[in-house]
Design a protein around this ligand. Structure first.
Ligand code: NIG
Ligand code: FE
Length: 404
């Protein structure tokens, strides 16, 4: 992500609505935020704000929210699949097999091309307010191509996930178990030092329950945290396995049995919903209400990938979640910030209470409800990560009070 200049201490004042995600409601009005050395040191009503800071920013009544935590993205790939998308919009169904098209293009790309593509997407995400992003491998599917995918991802984020078990590559057609042995053996040995997480696409057409369990067990043995793609295209064993094995997150979870919902509610696996995928595959959306009402912790993420969800835009995902998944605007924003942090088992991001990394977004709107209320409008006007403003030479105070 692009880093702007930083100052040791910064006061943002005149904030119309400040979402902190802290206890006691997590919202302050006519608020201020104080940052020191990249960390939030104070947040609350403006009149109580400590003075004596080096730099002041006047928000002019705009809303400030935590930076988005996008806990699920596949950014390391080459090429795109615009034709596949167009064919799908003309009636063709989505299947896991399309991944192989991108595998071919990714293997043929240079490291520089892959890094250039990740940089472009990470920049896009940053400008749209994402300050933490997870990034998976999974379009290389050879030992060397998975290792270089992870190395490229590591250049942009520390939340790197090994997804050698994305799909069985063409050269292993009809020999899925041999490929599983490669993934949990030699490929994992080479990849584990470059990753924090391991993920498996547990789905018909990808990997079954037994294979998923075997791969995740091998990941645990190498010290990796667990994530699972589960229930994207149909019900299956992925959710149960994720909860039983203590995965940080079960992702997609569009097709769930009542037992899956109960399992998620009783365990500490976050349900990560990816509405960009349902949008781009013209599929029924997951029922977030059912999960939230059952007491499940829900995250929202982009699933950015060239096949099923080619967007990096978290505000778009929030708008979809509110309109199509029965989430309130407040729940959707929480899921896109704190929910994502929980899905990555991070306590330093996703909120703006003292001690948090100073990752925050100023909206060109008086309230965060506008993220869903004004879909498609680029409301993210300024973004700070660890107290540094992205894409700016130096922090510039905006004057005026356009919003309330
Ligand atoms: O999360 N489900 C598996 N992986 C991606 C799709 C990848 C692709 O179609 O290229 C997803 O939707
Ligand atoms: Fe995915």
């Amino acid at each position: 992500m692009i880093e702007g200049a930083g100052v040791a201490s910064l006061l943002v004042e005149g904030i119309g609505v400040l979402v902190t995600n802290g206890p006691e409601g997590g919202v302050a009005r006519d608020a201020a935020l104080v940052v020191e050395d990249g960390v939030v040191v104070w947040a609350g009503e403006r009149r109580g704000a400590p003075q004596g800071v080096e730099e002041r920013v006047e928000a002019g009544g705009r809303a400030v929210v935590p930076g988005f935590v996008d806990s699920h993205a596949h950014l390391v790939f080459a090429g795109d699949r615009a034709e596949e998308f167009a064919a799908r919009m003309a009636g063709r169904a989505y299947s896991a097999g399309g991944i192989r098209t991108t595998v071919g293009a990714t293997r043929a790309a240079t490291d520089e091309e892959l890094a250039g593509n990740v940089g472009r997407l990470a920049g896009e995400a940053g400008r749209a307010g994402t300050t933490t992003i997870e990034c998976k491998s999974g379009y290389g599917l050879t030992v060397a191509d998975e290792v270089r995918s992870l190395r490229v991802a590591r250049g942009f984020t520390e939340e790197v996930t090994f997804l050698g078990a994305h799909v069985v590559p063409p050269e292993y057609a009809g020999r899925a178990d041999e490929y599983v042995d490669l993934v949990r053996g030699e490929m994992l040995d080479a990849c584990a030092p470059h990753a924090k997480w391991i993920d498996v696409f547990c789905e018909r057409g990808a990997f079954d329950g037994e294979q998923t369990r075997a791969i995740l067990e091998a990941g645990v043995a190498r010290g990796l945290g667990l994530r699972v793609h589960a229930g994207q295209l149909g019900e299956g064993p992925g959710v149960r396995i994720a909860v039983e094995m203590g995965a940080a997150s079960a992702d997609h979870v569009t097709h769930l049995t009542d037992a899956d919902v109960d399992a998620l509610a009783s365990g500490d696996t976050v349900a990560t919903l990816l509405p960009g995928a349902e949008f781009s595959t013209r599929s029924p959306y997951p029922d977030a209400r059912r999960l939230i009402d059952a007491g499940v912790t829900v995250a929202l993420a982009s699933d950015c990938n060239p096949g099923s969800s080619y967007t990096t835009n978290m505000p778009f995902c929030i708008a979809l979640a509110v309109r199509e998944m029965r989430m309130t605007p407040e729940e959707a924003l929480w899921a896109a910030t704190m929910g994502g942090a929980r899905a990555l088992r991070r306590t330093d991001v996703g909120h703006l209470t003292p001690g948090a990394r100073a990752d925050f977004v100023m909206l060109d709107a008086p309230s965060p409800v506008h993220l869903a209320y004004r879909p498609g409008v680029p409301l993210v006007s300024r973004v700070w990560r660890a107290g540094r403003e992205l894409g700016r030479e130096s922090p510039v105070s905006r004057r005026g009070r356009e919003f309330g």
